[in-house]
Design a protein around this ligand. Structure first.
Ligand code: NAD
Length: 503
C-alpha cells in the first residue's frame, strides 16, 4: 500500500483575510508520521506578526460587532455548506498530516461541521431577557454583546474539530479571533481559515498564527485579547490558564484525561468487546475521550482473553489504506514516550497480554507505529494507570462491585469522560448519578456531546467554568449588559432617593 501525500512547501500566516508571508527565520517542520518525509514548514510568527494578527482582528471586530446577528448567521450557513462541499478535500489534508485513516479524518471534520451548524442559530442564542415593571413604571432588560478579540490554542489530535469548536461560535457572537493551531498539523486549520473567508467572513476577523510557546505567551499577555480557549496537555493548560487569568482574561482550558469504561457482567459481551477495541485504539488512542482503562466488574473479567484476541486482530496502517484500523502516532517523540510507558508498565508488574512496541507496517519502516497493546493486572499505583498514555494502550483492571469501580474512577485526578456497559437500568442510574466525571456514556463508549450541549470535562481535565460549544460557549464569548429603564409622562418624583431601592 502506498500512501499518497502532497508537498505543501512553506506555509504563510493567515492575517487580514489572506495569506501573509512571515519574515521569520525560525521554521517548524511538518512531517508525514508514516515515513517522516517533509510535508511543509510552518513559520514561528515574529512578535510584530502576532501584534498584527491581534490588531487586525480587533479592527475587524469593531465593524463586525455592528453587523446584525442574522447576517452573521448567514456567513455561518455559507461556511457550513462550504465545509460539506470540501469535506473530502479537508479530510485528505488532515489524514496526510495526522496519519489518521480517511474515515476517521472525515469524522474529525464532521464533528466540527456540527458546531458550525450550532453557530447558524446564533441570533436566537444571543437574545437577551426582558421584564416589564420590575419596579413601578420601571422596565428591565439585558443585552448580549461580544467581547472583542478571543484566541484559540489547539492541540494536534483534532486539527479540524477543535479549531471549529472555537472560532465559528466566537465570530458568530460578533468577536474577532486569533487561532494558534498545533505546530504539528497546521495545514488543515489554514484551509479552514481560507474557506471561512470564502464563506463571507470579513477580512481580519479570523487570523491564524503559527508557532509554539513563545507565540502563545505573546497572545496570552496581549491587552486586546479578552478570552482564551485552550485544548491540550495538562502541563501546558495549567500554564495557559494561570497566565491568562493572571492577565485578567477569561479562560477555558480543556486538558488531559484518563477515561474509564466499566463493564458489568450483565452487559452484552459482543458489544463490549467491539466498543473497547474502537474506543481503546481508534486514532491510535490519541483522543482525549479514548478509553484507556477498562474496569471489569465481577465475572466480566472472564472476557479479557477474548478482548486480547480482538485486539490482536487490529492492525495500523497508512491513511489511505482502507483496511488500516488506525494510523501512526503523531511524532517519533510520541512513539518513544508511549513505548517507554509500556516498558515501565511491564517493569511495574502489569501483565502485558499484547505488546505493540515492535509493530511494523510493510513499506513504512520509520513510521511512528505502535500496535494495539493490552495490559491486565494494572493497579492504581502504577505509572501506567496514573499517567495519560495517549497511545493505543488499554489497561484492564478488575473489581468486585460497581461501588468499587466508582471509587476508583472518582479518585483518579482526571474527569473528562467515562462509560458503563450494562443491561441494568438501576446500575446505569447509580453510575450516572455518582460518577464525578463530566461526560458519561451508558452503553456508549465515547460520549462526546452534540453541540447543542457543551463539552463538559470536570476536575483535572478542565480549568475554568464555562465549557466549549453549546450555550456555555455562547456565554463564554459574550458579555451581558443589563439595563434598568424608567420613563415618565407625569408625576416625576422630586427630591433625592437616599436608598438603594427603586421608587
Ligand atoms: P500540547 O499541550 O503539547 O499542545 C497544545 C497547544 O499548546 C499547541 O498549540 C502547542 O503549540 C501549545 N504549546 C505547547 N507547549 C507550550 C508552552 N510551553 N507554552 C504555551 N503553549 C504551548 O498538547 P498536544 O500534544 O498537542 O495534544 C495532546 C493533549 O491534548 C493530550 O493531553 C490530550 O488529552 C489533550 N486534549 C484534551 C482535550 C479535551 O477536550 N480535554 C481534547 C483534545 C486533546
Amino acid at each position: 500500500m502506498t500512501s499518497h501525500v502532497t508537498l505543501y512547501g512553506d506555509l504563510p500566516l493567515y492575517i487580514n483575510g489572506g495569506p501573509h508571508a512571515s519574515t521569520t527565520e525560525q521554521w517548524i517542520e511538518v512531517t508525514n508520521p508514516a515515513d517522516q518525509s517533509l510535508l511543509a514548514r510552518a513559520p514561528k510568527a515574529t512578535a510584530e506578526e502576532v501584534e498584527l494578527a491581534v490588531r487586525t482582528a480587533h479592527d475587524a471586530y469593531l465593524l463586525w460587532r455592528e453587523v446584525p446577528a442574522p447576517e452573521r448567521a448567514r456567513v455561518m450557513f455559507n461556511y457550513q455548506h462550504l465545509l460539506k462541499v470540501h469535506h473530502d478535500e479537508l479530510a485528505t489534508l488532515l489524514a496526510q498530516e495526522t496519519g489518521k485513516n480517511f474515515a476517521d479524518a472525515k469524522g474529525d471534520v464532521w464533528r466540527g461541521i456540527e458546531v458550525v451548524e450550532q453557530a447558524c442559530g446564533i441570533a436566537s442564542q444571543t437574545m437577551g431577557e426582558t421584564m416589564g415593571n420590575v419596579a413601578r413604571r420601571v422596565d428591565g432588560h439585558s443585552w448580549v454583546q461580544p467581547l472583542g478579540v478571543c484566541v484559540g490554542i489547539t492541540p494536534f489530535n483534532f486539527p479540524a474539530m477543535i479549531p471549529l469548536w472555537m472560532f465559528p461560535l466566537a465570530v458568530a457572537c460578533g468577536n474577532g479571533f486569533v487561532l494558534k493551531p498545533s505546530e504539528q498539523d497546521p495545514l488543515t486549520p489554514m484551509r479552514l481559515a481560507e474557506l471561512f473567508t470564502e464563506a463571507g467572513a470579513p477580512a481580519g476577523i479570523l487570523s491564524v498564527i503559527h508557532g509554539g510557546a513563545e507565540q502563545v505567551d505573546a497572545i496570552l499577555i496581549h491587552p486586546d485579547v479578552k478570552a482564551v480557549s485552550f485544548v491540550g496537555s495538562a502541563r501546558v493548560g495549567a500554564h495557559v490558564y494561570r497566565t491568562a487569568t493572571e492577565n485578567l482574561k477569561r479562560a477555558q482550558c480543556f486538558v488531559g484525561a484518563k477515561n474509564h469504561m466499566v463493564i458489568m457482567p450483565d452487559a452484552n459481551k459482543g458489544q463490549v468487546l467491539s466498543n473497547l477495541v474502537g474506543a481503546g485504539v481508534g486514532a491510535a488512542g490519541q483522543r482525549c475521550m479514548a478509553i484507556s482503562v477498562a474496569v471489569f466488574v465481577g465475572s466480566a473479567r472472564d472476557w479479557i482473553p477474548e478482548l486480547a484476541e480482538a485486539f490482536a486482530a487490529v492492525r495500523p496502517g497508512v491513511w489511505d489504506d482502507p483496511q488500516a484500523a488506525y494510523g501512526p502516532l503523531i511524532s517519533p517523540e510520541a512513539r518513544v514516550r508511549v513505548e517507554n510507558l509500556i516498558e515501565a508498565g511491564k517493569q511495574e508488574g502489569a501483565e502485558c497480554l499484547l505488546d505493540g512496541t515492535l509493530c511494523e507496517v510493510a513499506g513504512y519502516p520509520v513510521g511512528n507505529w505502535v500496535g494495539p497493546t493490552l495490559f491486565r493486572g494494572v493497579t492504581a499505583q502504577m505509572g501506567l494507570y496514573r499517567q495519560e498514555i495517549f497511545g493505543p494502550v488499554l489497561c484492564c483492571m478488575e473489581v468486585d462491585s460497581l461501588d468499587e469501580a466508582l471509587a476508583l474512577i472518582n479518585s483518579n485526578p482526571y474527569g473528562n469522560g467515562t462509560s458503563i456497559f450494562t443491561s441494568c437500568g438501576a446500575a446505569a442510574r447509580t453510575f450516572r448519578h455518582e460518577v464525578a466525571v463530566g461526560q458519561v456514556g451508558i452503553n456508549v463508549p465515547i460520549p462526546v456531546p452534540l453541540p447543542f450541549f457543551s463539552f463538559t470535562g470536570w476536575r483535572g481535565s478542565f480549568y475554568g467554568d464555562l465549557h466549549a460549544y453549546g450555550k456555555q460557549a455562547v456565554r463564554f464569548y459574550t458579555e451581558t449588559k443589563t439595563v434598568t429603564e424608567r420613563w415618565f409622562d407625569e408625576d416625576i418624583p422630586t427630591g433625592p432617593n437616599m436608598t438603594i431601592s427603586l421608587r
